[in-house]
Design a protein around this ligand. Sequence first.
Ligand SMILES: Cc1cc2nc3c(=O)[nH]c(=O)nc-3n(C[C@H](O)[C@H](O)[C@H](O)COP(=O)(O)OP(=O)(O)OC[C@H]3O[C@@H](n4cnc5c(N)ncnc54)[C@H](O)[C@@H]3O)c2cc1C
Length: 511
Amino acid sequence: MTKILRLILGDQLHHGHSWFQKVDASVHYVMMEIRPEATYVRHHIQKIIAFFLAMRAFAQSRQEAGHIFHYYALNDPENRQSLEGNILQLIEKEGFTHFEYLLPDEYRLDKQLQEISQSLPIPARADDTEHFLTSREALGHFFKGKKTYLLESFYRDIRRRFQILMEGDEPLTGRWNYDAENRRAYDGKVPIPSPPLFDRNVEELVAMIEKAGIPTLGHLNAQCFPWPVTREESLQTLYFFVEKALPFFGTYQDAMVPDEPFLFHSRLSFALNTKLLSPMEVIQAAIAAWEKQPAQIHIAQLEGFVRQIAGWREYMRGVYWANMPGYAQKNYFEHQAELPHFYWTGETRMQCLSQAIGQSLSQAYAHHIQRLMLTGNFALLAGVHPDAVDEWYLGIYIDAIEWVEITNTRGMSQYADGGLVATKPYVSSANYIDKMSTYCRNCYYDKKKRYGPKACPFNSLYWEFYERHTDKLARNARIGMAYRNLQKMDSDEKAKIMAQAQFYRQNLNSL
Ligand SMILES: Cc1cc2nc3c(=O)[nH]c(=O)nc-3n(C[C@H](O)[C@H](O)[C@H](O)COP(=O)(O)OP(=O)(O)OC[C@H]3O[C@@H](n4cnc5c(N)ncnc54)[C@H](O)[C@@H]3O)c2cc1C
């Protein structure tokens, strides 16, 4: 008699998957909270809690729908704390004849499950997660033989194939891209909406994690856990977003405001990455809101959002599968510095970094521009080894799963892939930070100064970064202006800037 064991990983919580279309007594599901997954990097405590809560809620909801589940809690005495150990235990105990799993999104787990499958005493096979719009291989095929992958062409192809905001082969509103209208600093003209924050008591879970000795980082209010971890909460967060925040999403997408971590962002990355929400339903909800209130939601806001999900998210996944495992070793600039200690505490006199890091520690969240143009920008200017940068990003954010973390961090933010993802390094001086935020107003450092007492470190480090990497960057047409300015710079002035940068790079921990 056929008896199937199906594995569901913690980021495969897809309620609508075809596996769950019908209840079958010969099919059992297994989910497990295991040490290796909780410790492969030091995770933010909110990230571990979110995963365990979401997994437990998912197993419960599927059980309520009639499916048979085996769930290993972290502290279950039967838990062998490994995928293979628990799978073998169940095969022995329950006499399964077949093993099935869903294709993991991470290279590490993909390899592990292929190896486990080969060593099992029963046949094994993998199914698709039915989550992404494109396949793992789609981007690799699309850009075959190309040195750089241009997001825009991949994104347009997806829009065409899925007929997202399209009229036949052309964009519905006549334009593909509204970036020029978007990305302004926040001017206070519209109030920032308060997103739904859930308030679960997670004291028991925290105690379990502490007792198991799982190292964590960051802070948590255990009486009031705010993240959406069920399908219903995720939908609530989605509907709130499309109604209240989408009307200003694009406009303030790049803005940074002290003590306002979420602004007009969706907070949907955890729900999307764990597959509680599908990318298509998120896109459709946004389009439906736009169709319902065209006077409130301009197409620029909608297209800016659709681009993130149908464009960047699918693109990053494709980059990952086209380039792993080598991508994890990329270090184009051969950077070697350690991550400054303040990344773990937020204790720096640079107001922008203190805020972005402090907020990351307290919320397990920072929005895209904070990740790219504050923490990422500084790490790149300071010459931090991409391994250390990756480890930090992979641990600290609620949504950090390697396929989307490493491509954003090593690729987009650190330019460690030499320009496969980004057409130029995302670095800036204080000028950009001041344009997009109000952090500089209350900063110890002087945003205008490039050297001397209280000179903003971003300024000298910015010029020294270009100077240091002249051989690798000077021919890049997109940054020709920076090199022309460097050439024109008075030699005495330049020497002072370089000396200031050297001093800061030697004293990163005391900034
Ligand atoms: C250095 C760095 C590291 C990052 N690490 C991660 C990560 O580990 N996990 C992660 O999900 N995102 C990561 N991002 C992308 C982005 O910052 C987050 O997806 C976003 O901040 C999540 O918040 P939100 O849901 O409010 O997003 P919103 O701003 O509301 O955007 C909507 C959705 O679009 C998608 N999206 C937006 N930008 C990107 C992008 N560049 N790549 C992929 N998807 C995108 C996300 O699913 C997001 O939920 C990283 C970006 C940078 C620069």
